[in-house]
Structure formats: structure tokens, C-alpha cells
Design a protein around this ligand. Structure first.
Ligand code: AMP
Length: 395
């Protein structure tokens, strides 16, 4: 696996695919610069070697050229974050981009206009990728968020750099974290899967069952399992057509020696509302007219014990409807348990969906080992898929 440290960028131009798909407000100001900060180590390494950077990214989902999706809006923010001047090319291919890339001196940065202003980008067009490839000497992919897409700048372009391509430090960290959990994880390995639906997590569950010792199932998914086991779930969210599959997962887990932990009690509400009346119920005896919206106190005690005994922890999906304060306690308690276990030496990875939002919202970001930057890409990795953007560097 080639990383930045395998190259000396002195007098070289690095063509870096970054993920600067950042949120902007109505005044086109960046409201969250996490993704720019995440790309900083890669860019700084190239500059410190005595090289220059040509940065390419997408922003949003434009239909053709649309000013609101122009990367020109974020030039000053990048400059602030990096502390280095940033030049800008108003088209990611063509004469201006070629000239500006050619004129780059060591220590300088050029940002190219939104790749998705050209439909060839998402189509993975080879000619377009070849044009991009002319803008640098070494291709660096540092965009985990788009590594599951076979786009021109994330995948196809790599073939024009057979001996000069590598992972940036962010992408390398993502790959290492997944490996640390699914391949080299110190036992016991625990996965916590929450979120709304079983259907969106089936492939993940099936892929990880061979790699884990404990599985906590929480969130809305719980009720498909509980109903399948004969429990009364009232008006809780449930996928009836997935009940058989739920029983099959339990059987597979047993055969593989994976211990499954389902909630034993829930916080039930008489409406899907923050102001609803609530009561704690046995998870198998939720009255009609009530729905389970968070894990109950007994469940949280059991989960805390399992988390504390685990040496490797993967967390994907909240334990309840954490967007509403009344049903966020379970997710916060789990975050606290994982933070405590991490402090005691466990490796914890949070990724792939709403758990990242929850971790940020409740301030656990610095208390877990790693928070993934790519939702879809992380989910596909957990499903055992080889991401095209990663394969293209390894080839
Ligand atoms: P996911 O994107 O799969 O991680 O699902 C996250 C969503 O699941 C969040 O918006 C939560 O509000 C929702 N969720 C978690 N627990 C429940 C529940 N018991 N009932 C309904 N929705 C839930």
C-alpha cells in the first residue's frame, strides 16, 4: 500500500483528489471546515517536501456549470486553514488549468474548479481523466468520501500514473482504521449497530459476523428482531418482510459464536414527538399506541458492561431517535461507555451514517479513536466491498 511517505515531492506537482464538498450558507460561506482541515496533513507534507499541489474536488451535485456550486467560494477558507495562498483555475481542464499548473512553483497551491461541472467526471470518462492527469506528476487520492465511486478523478485517473500514485494521509488512516477493526482487531471485538432499519444494515451484519465476538443491536432495527422473536412491539417501527432474515441472522450468529445483545427495555412514547408522554417498558411488552424510541436503563447497563469488556469497538447507527432530546439518552450513554472503554485502551471506530452526526453533536469526537469521514464509503467497506478508488491505487 503506497502512501505519501513513499514519495519525495521535491520539485514535483502532486495532483491531489480531496473531498472539499463542504456545506455553505446563503452567503456562500463555509459553515463546517472539517473536510478542509482533514486534508491539511497531506497538502502540508507535499509542500514541506518542496513540491506543489494541484487540488481537485467536487462540490454538491451541480447540473452543468452553476455558480452556486463554484469552488471559488471556498478559496479564502482553504487559505485560512492552510495558511498558504491558493490560486484558482476557473475550469478543471483546458488551457487555463494547464497554464496555471505549469506555472506552479514549489510551495504553491492551485485549486481547480468543481470537477462535476463536467458530466464526464461522474461517468468515469477516460479522456477527461487523461486531461486531468496532465496537471500533475504524482496522483494522490485523499478523498475517502468518494472512494466508493468509480469517477474520473477518484479512480480512472489513477491508470495514467502506473508508478506514481498513492494514498493521502486521510485515506490511509481510514483504510487502517477499518483494517484495525475487521482484520487485526484485538479481541473481544464488538460491533454496535443501530439506526432505523434492518434492511440498510443486512449486508454489513452478514459481513462482520465472521469478524466479531459481540453484536449490540439497537435503534429502530431492534423491533424487527423482537417481533420476530414473538414480542409485542406496539406501534414501534418494524420491517415485517425482514423478520425471517432477522431470525436467520440470530441463527448465523449463534453458529459463529457471536453473542447478540438486544435491548431488554425501551423508552416508549405515545407519539413520535419530543413532547410525547413516555414510559419505560419491557422490550417485548410494548402496549398498542406506544412506540419504542430509545434504549431503556437496564439495556444501557448491559451495553455498558459489554462495551467495557471489549478491546475493539465499531459503532454504526444511533440507539434511539437522538435528534429529539427526549430520546437521545441511550445514544449519549453509549457514547460515554465507548469513550470510557477507549480511555482504558480499546480501539474505537465510529462511522457510516448518523452515528457520526451523533458523536459530533454530543462531543465524543475526541474521545473515540477514529471518526470516519465517509458515510457511504464506510458502509460499503463494512459490507466487505473493495472500493474502486482504493483498488485503483493498489493495482
Ligand atoms: P441510520 O442512518 O441507519 O444510522 O439511521 C439513523 C436514524 O435512525 C436516525 O434518524 C434515528 O432517529 C433513527 N432511529 C433510531 N432509533 C429509532 C427508533 N427506535 N425508531 C425510529 N427511528 C429510530
Amino acid at each position: 500500500m503506497k502512501t505519501l511517505n513513499d514519495f519525495n515531492f521535491e520539485n514535483k506537482k502532486a495532483l491531489i483528489r480531496v473531498d472539499f464538498n463542504v456545506p455553505l450558507n446563503d452567503n456562500f460561506e463555509v459553515t463546517d471546515d472539517t473536510r478542509i482541515i482533514s486534508a491539511k496533513p497531506t497538502i502540508i507534507k507535499v509542500l514541506e517536501d518542496g513540491g506543489s499541489c494541484v487540488l481537485m474536488s467536487h462540490l454538491g451535485r451541480p447540473k452543468g456549470v452553476q455558480d452556486e456550486f463554484s469552488l471559488k467560494h471556498i478559496v479564502s477558507k482553504i487559505k485560512d486553514v492552510l495558511g498558504v495562498e491558493v490560486k484558482f483555475a476557473t475550469n478543471c481542464v483546458g488551457q487555463e488549468a494547464i497554464e496555471k499548473a505549469n506555472e506552479l512553483e514549489p510551495g504553491e497551491i492551485l485549486l481547480l474548479e468543481n470537477l462535476r461541472f463536467h458530466e464526464e467526471e461522474t461517468k468515469g470518462d477516460k479522456d477527461f481523466a487523461e486531461k486531468l492527469s496532465k496537471l500533475g506528476d504524482i496522483y494522490v487520492n485523499d478523498a475517502f468520501g468518494t472512494a466508493h465511486r468509480a469517477h474520473a478523478s477518484t479512480t480512472i485517473v489513477a491508470q495514467f500514473f502506473p508508478d506514481a500514485k498513492c494514498f493521502g494521509s486521510l485515506l490511509a488512516k481510514e483504510i487502517e482504521s477499518i483494517k484495525k477493526v475487521l482484520e487485526d482487531g484485538e479481541k473481544p471485538v464488538l460491533a454496535v449497530l443501530g439506526g432505523a432499519k434492518v434492511s440498510s444494515k443486512i449486508t454489513v451484519i452478514e459481513n462482520i459476523l465472521d469478524k466479531i465476538n459481540h453484536l449490540i443491536i439497537g435503534g429502530g432495527m431492534t423491533f424487527t428482531f423482537i417481533k420476530a422473536l414473538g414480542g409485542k412491539i406496539g406501534d414501534s417501527i418494524c420491517e415485517d418482510d425482514k423478520m425471517e432474515l432477522a431470525l436467520d441472522i440470530l441463527k448465523q450468529a449463534e453458529a459463529k459464536g457471536v453473542k447478540i445483545h438486544l435491548p431488554v427495555d425501551v423508552v416508549a412514547a405515545d407519539a413520535f414527538s419530543n413532547d410525547a408522554n413516555t414510559k419505560v417498558c419491557d422490550v417485548k411488552q410494548i402496549p398498542d399506541g406506544w412506540q419504542g424510541l430509545d434504549a431503556g436503563p437496564e439495556s444501557l447497563k448491559i451495553f455498558d458492561t459489554v462495551v467495557n469488556e471489549s478491546k475493539t469497538i465499531l459503532w454504526n447507527g444511533p440507539l434511539g431517535v437522538f435528534e429529539m432530546e427526549s430520546f437521545a439518552k441511550g445514544t449519549i450513554a453509549l457514547g460515554n461507555s465507548i469513550a470510557k472503554s477507549t480511555k482504558n485502551g480499546a480501539f474505537s471506530l465510529v462511522g457510516g451514517g448518523d452515528s457520526v452526526a451523533a458523536v459530533k453533536q454530543f462531543g465524543f469526537e475526541d474521545k473515540v479513536s477514529y471518526v470516519s469521514t465517509g458515510g457511504g464509503a464506510m458502509l460499503e467497506s463494512l459490507e466487505g466491498k473493495t472500493l474502486p478508488g482504493i483498488a485503483a491505487i493498489l493495482e
